[in-house]
Write a protein that binds this ligand. Sequence first.
Ligand SMILES: NC(=O)c1ccc[n+]([C@@H]2O[C@H](COP(=O)([O-])OP(=O)(O)OC[C@H]3O[C@@H](n4cnc5c(N)ncnc54)[C@H](OP(=O)(O)O)[C@@H]3O)[C@@H](O)[C@H]2O)c1
Length: 184
Amino acid sequence: MDGCRLGQQQTYRSIKMIVTLIAAVSSNNVIGKNNQLIWHLPADLKHFRQLTTGHTVFMGRKTYGSIGKPLPNRRNVVISRTFTNIEGCEVVASLEDGLKLCAEEEEVFVIGGAEIYRQALPIANRIEITRIHQDFEGDTFFPETDPQEWQETNRQDFTSDEKNPLSYSFITLNRKTGNASFIN
Ligand SMILES: NC(=O)c1ccc[n+]([C@@H]2O[C@H](COP(=O)([O-])OP(=O)(O)OC[C@H]3O[C@@H](n4cnc5c(N)ncnc54)[C@H](OP(=O)(O)O)[C@@H]3O)[C@@H](O)[C@H]2O)c1
């Protein structure tokens, strides 16, 4: 696989591949509690489905457990040190192994949870955040993004309505330096 070294990271990915993190995050950076999502925001679920359908989604085993089934019309890759087989999914022992499986793909999505976001952030090119404009109590958090490294390139703001009881924004962040790749 094409590649070059970035710092001491032992990370593998194709140079061409875009790695996008996608997450719904409260004002105080909470993403979940007791291995579940906290809010119900149909507009966010639709946005998530539109962006990820037809692509590979990477998730940690706990996030897979909270969803409970493979996401339809997507290649589901679950990262686990303990599981080797989950019906309808490909199970890999690390994010690096998962990325190697997808070397020819244009864009892959990392869909959480906190452990996997943390590990994928250094190699991500793009982040699609649904920012929920309210604080929540939780036990899992989205990692801090350094404003020196990330630039907001798109933003749509929405107020609450009958179906969506919270105000929120869809925000795209792109890594300022372009590629954040790779080791051969
Ligand atoms: N708001 C959002 O957008 C969003 C999105 C996704 C998830 N969430 C929330 O996030 C929470 C779950 O996040 P989490 O951080 O607790 O768990 P997680 O990241 O989903 O999964 C953690 C698990 O992934 C596996 N893993 C992690 N690093 C690994 C590595 N380097 N190599 C191999 N396996 C590795 C381990 O599985 P094993 O234990 O099987 O070895 C570990 O227990 C839930 O509350 C969920 O609802 C929120």
